[in-house]
Design a protein around this ligand. Sequence first.
Ligand code: UDP
Length: 139
Amino acid sequence: MSGHKTFTMLKPDAVEKGHIGAILNQITASGFKITAMKLTQMTTADAETFYAIHKERPFFGELVEYMTRGPIVAAVLEKENAVEDFRTLIGATNPEDAAEGTIRKKYAASIGENAVHGSDSDENAEIEAAFHFAGREMF
Ligand code: UDP
């Protein structure tokens, strides 16, 4: 059975462009409850750890630069079937392939600078939430 929790980041490009409010509004209007949230900035070590699975990929250096260049909004979200429903809401990794109305279609500039992160499994949702939040910051 699928879980009720996912983890998201509104990435530096989305914050720079002033899209925090609009994106959070779309997330909550889609039935997700925010159970943890903060504005924070990842260090290089943070980004290298968070995206360690991609460390051999050619885009890894650019990804780390991008994710550390300014603040992000980190949040934990709850809803039935959260991981899958949130990935549907954000759309494909490449905004050119993302469905109309999805967050990436509306706010992402490119496959690299794609506005928002969503966990890809229940297990990773737990790991990523714990990476960014202490237990007392999650409600
Ligand atoms: N990414 C990139 N180039 C690529 C693929 C991915 O810069 O060709 C970046 C992009 O920011 C993406 C992140 O790496 O969101 C993680 O990639 P993943 O394949 O896990 O995509 P996601 O799960 O975020 O859709």
